[in-house]
Design a protein around this ligand. Sequence first.
Ligand code: SF4
Length: 471
Amino acid sequence: MALESPAHLAGFRVGDELLRIDGRAFRDVIEYQLLVDGEDPEVQVRRGHQELFVTVQKPAGTPLGIEVSAALFDRVRTCDNHCEFCFIYQLPKGMRRSLYVRDDDYRLSFLYGNFTTLTRFTELDLERVLTEHLSPLFVSIHSTDPILRSRMLRNARGATSLRWLRALLDGGIEVHGQIVVCPAVNDADALETTLAGVADEYPELASVACVPLGVSDHTSEPEMRPHTRSEAAAVVDLVEQWQELFKEALGRRLVYAADEYYLLSDRPFPVSAAYDGFPQHENGIGMGRAFAEEFEGAAGQATDARPGFFSWVDGAPASGYRARRLPITTIGAGFAPDGAPTGAMRRAGATTVMTGTTVMTGEYGARILEPLLAEYEGLEKGSIRLLPVRNCFFGGNIAVTGLLTGSDVSRVLEHEPRDRRYLLPDVCLSEGRFLDGLTLADLPRPVQVVPTDGRSLRRALDAGCSGHDRE
Ligand code: SF4
């Protein structure tokens, strides 16, 4: 609970259980936020065995200042599909339970940008989305061919559930789509058919991302395999052809290929303008281009997490892979936000022996960073090193930085010198933990966590080069 907030001043305590606002129960933070938005709401809470009614003094449109412990107060709606390419089926055993939840809940789509297939969407859901204008939403398309779509989802309802997409678009909801492209399943001609289907049936979509499937070493699906280089190039070619067609017909590109396709096919990323404001940045569309421009100072500001509901809801936590990242000021043991060693690190003499900065990242991230760091002046002095971390935890074609685990980072760090400062992007952490549950405290070297954008990395490097390491 925020100090001096209306809730704090009204006497709420950590652990109070919210029951009703102005006499009304609520199913999720969306309803909760709408209810507390008014002036002086009466909040009913349970504290131990007591039920209390508290009127909170606050103007309309301002937050209560309460941090709620879950986004959904009823149950998350889980998916009834069994996609061959589902990454959750490919997770090794023993990870934290929330990562195994296969959600297909439009509310999580609205709150966190999770993609929903709409196979469990209902008339009542549509009514609520339209009434409360829950926009934008994120929908998994995969194919507009009903037979192929139901085959990919392994769910007969996959053949018909895109009718809800039509209804959402008719109702004025902003919808972003995704096509997980699987080689020899929905790429090539099938992808062409899908993009034609988007043009014919869903041209109001705000954007469509073509992303490659992830294949970990733990897959049990023999048909699922990573794209070859020529298949990746074919996806890029097809998407770029359709961008031209969409631009002609609609005045905008609409469809975009994931960064992974450009890396896989050794093609340069498109220019910044070709991403039309980066509508699916968090989905790996244009991250590389945006990062480079931020690092080089060409971008006006960092391309941040999508602004949306979270920018105004009272501290509702995300979950699973899309949890909010650590605040910018959160730093690995022993470092201040500007990179200066503090406390134990300073007393341990770290301030006098640091020989330079090592930037850790995933294998794809390294391909983006390498030319940027090569141009950065510090590199000439040998003070900055790039350390790509191979993802052995998942294996397969998993090379994105966001899926690096603590065990991968530890394995690599163990063999690195102690007298360097280590930077790690915050996208590896969720609520302070790596995907395998390890924390920064479990790493064999102190690590400084840096927000995953080019400006922040540059600032962190500048801080290292400006004398902190050599005090
Ligand atoms: S819809 Fe998503 S969560 Fe459900 S099986 Fe398919 S990929 Fe997995």
